[in-house]
Unconditional design. Structure first.
Length: 294
């Protein structure tokens, strides 16, 4: 799936994991995905007649499905520095975390193979850490070609190391997971794993940027008036989840039962590429973050 989403941006990947090549001659690769996603990206990259020079690789936050593709991308683009927020860099130095990440990465590769999205299951790297070469944060500028540049914004709430990048020349926003996960085109899984109020603030702030193209790492890309509709869905999904969890807490519902109800509510459609264990942990975090607000 090679799709030109603007004059200077190509989207590549396998539907579940989108990669954005920003720049026609000297480009930044935005999003790193998983090992299985890199397989799809590499196959498409080889089809390009005149591929741009990748001079930066940008990891958008510290979760396994956004960093486990880094080793594979380094093989494709040796000597190209990988950029991320400093909080992401801290997490990726933790051996126990990285071990768990690549166990999940291996399972994700099997899912992608079983769904026919990749032909062969890649071997997940055996590494103790993922190196970040340069840190970026609020207000930093990442140059691309033709005088264009990506502006970095910090978007906490989903995770401490979450960032978004904005290409002003084309009013294109790469939001990563700051607005939630698209279970399907009309339904979002709210993922305020760090902090609920920060999550809402990040969505509201990003929605103020004039945006013609909203580039998301999973699922559909939104353009025109649909961008506003996505942001509205994202806010509504988060607020409804918060109210639902608060009501269960006020009714004295057992925590295990709350998590079971949330799991049943959200674990469907495109979210089912993740393991049940992963999503159970996710809904546990949602309950915890609501409790912190009460």
């Amino acid at each position: 799936m090679i799709r030109k989403i603007s004059d200077n941006v190509l989207m590549m990947g396998n539907r579940h994991f989108n990669y954005f090549v920003v720049g026609r001659e000297r480009a930044v690769l935005v999003e790193c995905g998983v090992s299985g996603g890199v397989v799809s990206f590499q196959q498409e990259w080889q089809k390009l007649q005149r591929p741009p020079e990748i001079h930066r690789i940008l990891a958008m936050h510290e979760h396994f499905d956004h960093v486990c593709g880094i080793p594979g991308l380094r093989e494709m683009f040796p000597q190209v520095p990988v950029l991320a927020h400093s909080q992401t860099g801290k997490v990726l130095k933790k051996t126990a975390v990285i071990k768990d990440f690549f166990q999940q990465d291996d399972k994700m590769s099997m899912v992608l193979k079983n769904r026919g999205l990749i032909n062969d299951k890649p071997v997940s790297p055996q590494v103790d850490a993922i190196q970040i070469d340069e840190y970026v944060g609020e207000g930093d500028i990442i140059e691309i070609d033709r005088g264009a540049a990506l502006k970095v914004m910090e978007t906490p709430g989903h995770s401490p190391g979450s960032i978004a990048v904005y290409l002003q020349q084309e009013q294109l926003m790469c939001l990563s997971d700051a607005g939630g996960y698209q279970i399907r085109d009309d339904c979002i899984f709210p993922i305020f794993f760090q902090n609920y109020e920060m999550y809402l603030e990040s969505i509201e702030r990003m929605s103020t940027y004039p945006t013609r193209i909203l580039a998301l790492p999973h699922g559909e890309i939104w353009t025109g008036v649909s961008v506003h509709l996505f942001y509205r869905r994202a806010l509504e999904a988060a607020r409804k989840a918060f109210k639902y969890i608060r009501r269960m807490l006020e009714d004295g519902v057992d925590e295990a039962e709350m998590e079971a109800r949330l799991y049943k509510r959200y674990y469907r459609d495109d979210l089912m590429i993740y393991t049940p264990e992963n999503i159970r942990l996710c809904v546990k975090l949602l309950v915890l973050r609501v409790k912190e607000c009460l």
